[in-house]
Design a protein around this ligand. Structure first.
Ligand code: ATP
Ligand code: MG
Length: 630
């Protein structure tokens, strides 16, 4: 245990912004939230970059550190609000000189370095639509996103350009300008260098009037269920970014905030750039990839107050074990740790409590919602495994689904809202400021996300959740992942969370395979922790699997426990770290795996359920019954 008196005292001195959930909910009004922002001078509207940067400068806080950039190979650079405001203004002026107009798309493919922030915030000042794309993507997904968005401008590094874009430039007729970081000497043919562009552009850029309804951001979804969709957000979304940064992330003046998500994902933009900057805090930006020892060092050395990360990262920390240097260092500042992106298993919440001194607070939202919609607020008792309760200002409903998991509709085409404790598809009452305004090039798909009921229009999230008596929400499954087996409706996560409770299981992916009798059978692929396999079974994974199977049957019952458990070195995941159950299923059934553009390359090679592992490591329920029944 690492609770120390010092840590407890440091945390306790900062009162939560949201003290009483019920009271905050009753009192909440989006108009009040809007009034927390400054608005452009002279009533010229609402622009995200103004709220994130220039506002603070105008109000005398320009000297505050906005970014603390940690270099991959060490090194640390601080950039103030005034500096970032000026540089992004120059970028906006540079775009203007290049005759890039408001509404045109600027794609940014850049590591987590200063230029990324300058480009994103500068393009917002120019009222372009910014689309940050994860720089670890290969050439194909980058080209697809440039094409789908008809991007006029690409901002990237010379190296990324050469390796990932140059060859496909001919397929991108809409792309007028490629701006590469650095100076002219290193800029490849056909590109413009960023440094001279900034140096040559005038300072003091004045943001033109911006409507809260002007498009600002384009984010592609993770592609967990299929082809990624491009969700368009408007400048007015900043109201939700700000309010959630205050109420959920609990940001206070002077805080140091670390959001580990890359801005290529919505979390990395909403909470790795916009929300915290609107609060005037200091953002830690780490250029490097996840590494447990490095991460523990950052939490302690940078005196991080608020940390926002994801289950995939937490699982990696858990898997790395407790001997990693730095885990035992004091972290007196760390006040709040939050998670988003996938279900957060209770064992992960508790691991945080035991080893970091505070539990992880789960939050739920989507690319489409633009900001956090459901959360375990700092002042609220956590129910481990629950996503928490709706944000004040957000009304949720559970929509009835039938036995197949399809929505129930009345003859008039309305969906059916369920009362009280229930299970159904999570729906959000429209509108809210950060609601997406379209799916790029897919108006029908967008329209299909909304349905009427009870005099309102509801956004249908596609996620099935359970609501308990006290209004806490519990993730069950994505609607298209729901498994119906022998008359039971279950979500993969209900099985996975039991599997990962077994000490030998680091990660688990659960999926359904068709069965003529049961309708579907539950199958699982697990990643085992090597040292546990050694310790428990002298290195025999088969024996460990039998024990995992027995554990699953004990906790889930024979009809829901997996019929088959396979071992793999790794699970296939999206680039944003989400388990791709559809790939596990397709591989086992020999079906086409569908869109793989967001698959992590590492997982393609190592994540396949290897034939060797299937044959030697698979445990079928028959084998458990005849062999190692407990
Ligand atoms: P795609 O829409 O392309 O299939 P995606 O849904 O994974 O990909 P995102 O918008 O990045 O793309 O992720 C949102 C989804 O992530 C949610 O709909 C939900 O399924 C899952 N998710 C996010 N937070 C949580 C959470 N706290 N608990 C459970 N699931 C979560
Ligand atoms: Mg989705």
């Amino acid at each position: 245990m690492h609770h120390t008196t010092d840590q407890t005292v440091a945390r306790a001195t900062v009162a939560p912004n949201l003290v009483d959930y019920e009271a905050a909910r009753t009192a909440f009004d989006w108009a009040d939230a809007r009034a927390l922002l400054a608005g452009l001078p002279d009533g010229a509207g609402c622009n995200i970059a103004w709220e994130a940067l220039d506002r603070h400068v105008a109000e005398g806080r320009g000297g505050q550190v906005a970014l603390r950039l940690l270099g991959r190979a060490g090194g640390r650079r601080e950039v103030t609000y005034a500096e970032l405001a000026e540089q992004s203004g120059r970028f906006a002026a540079g775009l203007e000189q290049l005759q890039v107009a408001a509404g045109e798309v600027v794609v940014v493919v850049c590591g987590r370095q200063l230029d990324l922030f300058v480009a994103v915030l500068g393009a917002l000042k120019r009222r372009c639509v910014v689309c940050p794309v994860f720089s670890a993507f290969g050439p194909e997904p980058i080209a697809t996103r440039l094409q789908l968005s008809s991007a006029a401008v690409l901002v990237t590094t010379p190296d990324l350009y050469r390796r990932k874009v140059a060859e496909r430039r001919g397929d991108l007729p809409a792309l007028r300008h490629v701006i590469v970081t650095g100076d002219a000497a290193t800029a490849p043919d056909g590109t413009l260098a960023l440094d001279p562009l900034l140096a040559g552009a005038p300072a003091g850029y004045r943001i033109a009037p911006t409507s809260a309804d002007d498009p600002a951001l384009l984010h592609f979804t993770s592609g967990t269920t299929g082809t990624p969709k491009g969700a368009v957000h408007v400048h007015g979304a900043v109201v939700a970014h700000h309010v959630t940064a205050r109420l959920v992330l609990d940001l206070h003046d002077g805080d140091v905030v670390w959001c580990t998500a890359d801005p290529g994902w919505v979390t990395g933009t909403s909470y790795g750039i916009i929300g915290p900057l609107t609060c005037g805090v200091t953002l830690v930006v780490d250029e490097a990839e996840i590494d447990p020892a490095r991460w523990y060092a950052i939490l302690a050395d940078e005196a991080v107050d608020v940390w926002y990360t994801a289950p995939t990262a937490i699982r990696m920390l858990m898997r790395a074990g407790t001997d990693v240097p730095g885990l035992d260092r004091p972290r007196p500042h760390l006040r709040l740790a939050c998670s988003v992106g996938e279900p957060l298993a209770p064992d992960a919440v508790e691991w945080g409590e035991r080893h970091l001194g505070l539990p992880f607070h789960d939050t739920w939202w989507q690319t489409e919602t633009g900001g956090i919609m459901v959360a375990n607020f700092r002042s609220m008792p956590i129910r481990p495994g629950s996503m928490g309760r709706p944000l004040p200002g957000i009304e949720v409903a559970l929509v009835a689904c039938d036995d197949e998991g399809d929505l129930v509709r009345t003859p008039a085409g309305e969906v059916v809202l369920l009362d009280g404790a229930a299970q159904g598809m999570l729906a959000l009452r429209t509108p809210w400021p950060s609601m997406f305004r379209s799916y790029l090039g897919a108006p029908d798909r967008y329209a299909a996300c909304f349905a009427p009921a009870a005099g309102a229009t509801w956004y249908l999230s596609g996620d099935v959740v359970r609501r308990d008596r006290d209004g806490y929400l519990w993730f069950v499954a994505r609607a298209d992942d729901v498994i119906k087996t022998s008359g039971h409706l279950i979500g993969p996560f209900e099985v996975e969370r039991v599997l990962v409770e077994h000490e030998a299981v680091a990660e688990a992916g659960v999926y359904a395979v068709p069965d003529p009798v049961a309708g579907a059978l539950v199958h699982a692929v697990v990643v085992l922790t090597t040292d546990t396999v050694e310790r428990l079974a002298g290195g025999d994974p088969g024996e460990v699997l039998r024990s995992v199977m027995a554990h699953a049957r004990r906790h889930l019952g024979a009809s829901v426990a997996p019929r088959q458990i396979l071992v793999a070195d790794d699970l296939p995941k999206t680039r944003s770290g989400k388990i791709l159950r559809r790939v596990l299923r397709a591989r086992e059934l020999g079906l086409p795996v569908g869109d793989l553009s967001t698959l992590e390359t590492g997982a393609v090679q190592t994540g396949a359920v290897q034939t060797g592992a299937v044959q030697s490591g698979a445990v079928q329920s028959g084998a458990v019954e005849t062999g190692a029944r407990p």
